[in-house]
Design a protein around this ligand. Structure first.
Ligand SMILES: *[C@@H]1O[C@H](CO)[C@@H](O)[C@H](O)[C@H]1NC(C)=O
Ligand SMILES: *[C@@H]1O[C@H](CO)[C@@H](O)[C@H](O)[C@H]1NC(C)=O
Ligand SMILES: *[C@@H]1O[C@H](CO)[C@@H](O)[C@H](O)[C@H]1NC(C)=O
Length: 276
């Protein structure tokens, strides 16, 4: 019995995902479509509703990758979200959100990390390419030591584990992958100044080549995405240089330097990480 359990726990096999097999459309009716034999999902937003999907499995540590092409043209007011989340009032969450803009104005990539129900750790950047013209890869690596956000394999954010100084870190609640498109014209674009132009609807984003290399908590009987990623994902010297390049050139907001918002001092994790 013990041997069997060990065997099952160590079963690892990276698998390239198929959306039919690995994800469920969860809302939006026909606004969410699985296409090309399960290789592509498109999500649309119109005046009545957005749409979304989620992974069947949940993960505790690992690496997820997704190629996304964002809404072209005038996407002001729309938000495309791609994130990992657990359930419940003290949930953990690792977020990518893409805030739309007027044609020609840059999309904003917004990231956040929630641990035990508490977020307020926003960072924002403008990308170094137009994310509406082609698919680009957005990835999360999650270990016991740190969470790294990646864009086309370039690290754009590191959130280190500072449990040693009392900052909760997502390390025990399995998370699912969620993706959606929705309307947030009250705040998304230039703080809500630019509203959604519904004459441009539907707004559509596309997703392909989802891969999850993760330890899963899926029951043994279900299809699981398993892999051995998650070990040894520390940034090397080149990664640290890329991260500095992104932060120096493209970052437009960092909670860690928002002294107005935290008049009594920025959160403890901010003081301790060289790379925020
Ligand atoms: C939209 O474009 C404006 C002007 O370039 C920019 O300040 C803003 O950060 C962009 N993104 C959003 C989400 O407002
Ligand atoms: C899918 O992603 C993998 C890496 O995860 C990459 O090697 C492959 O070329 C991608 N496939 C397509 C069709 O883009
Ligand atoms: C550094 O890390 C990146 C991404 O994690 C990897 O692609 C690259 O090969 C590594 N470089 C070296 C010199 O190990």
């Amino acid at each position: 019995m013990l041997l069997l359990t060990l065997f099952i726990c160590s079963l690892v096999a990276a698998s390239e995902a198929n959306f039919y097999q690995d994800c469920d459309i969860t809302w939006g009716d026909q606004r969410a479509k699985v296409l090309n034999g399960g290789n592509l999902i498109t999500l649309s937003l119109d005046k009545l509703s957005g749409s979304g999907f989620q992974s069947k499995n949940s993960f505790l540590f690992g690496r997820i990758d997704m190629e996304i092409q964002l809404v072209s043209g005038n996407s002001a007011g729309t938000v495309v979200a791609y994130y990992l989340s657990s359930q419940g009032p003290t949930h953990d969450e690792i977020d990518f959100e893409f805030l739309g803009n007027l044609s020609g104005d840059p999309y904003t990539l917004h990231t956040n990390v929630f641990s035990q129900g508490k977020g307020n750790r926003e960072q924002q950047l403008h990308l170094w390419f137009d994310p509406t013209k082609a698919f680009h890869t957005y990835s999360i690596t999650w270990t016991r030591e740190q969470i790294i956000f990646w864009v086309d394999n370039i690290p754009v954010r590191v959130f280190n584990n500072w449990e040693s100084v009392g900052v909760p870190f997502p390390n025990s609640q399995p998370m699912r992958l969620y993706s959606s498109i929705w309307d947030a014209e009250d705040w998304a674009t230039r703080g809500g100044l630019v509203k959604t132009d519904w004459s441009q609807a539907p707004f559509t984003a596309s997703f392909r080549n989802f891969s999850a290399k993760a330890k899963t908590n899926a029951p043994k009987s279900t299809n699981s995405l398993q892999g051995n990623a998650g070990e040894d994902q520390q940034l090397n010297a080149s990664g640290r240089n890329w991260l500095r390049w992104v932060q120096d050139n493209f970052m437009i907001y960092n909670y860690c330097t928002d002294f107005k918002r935290f008049p009594k001092g920025v959160p403890p994790e901010c003081k301790r990480s060289r790379f925020l």
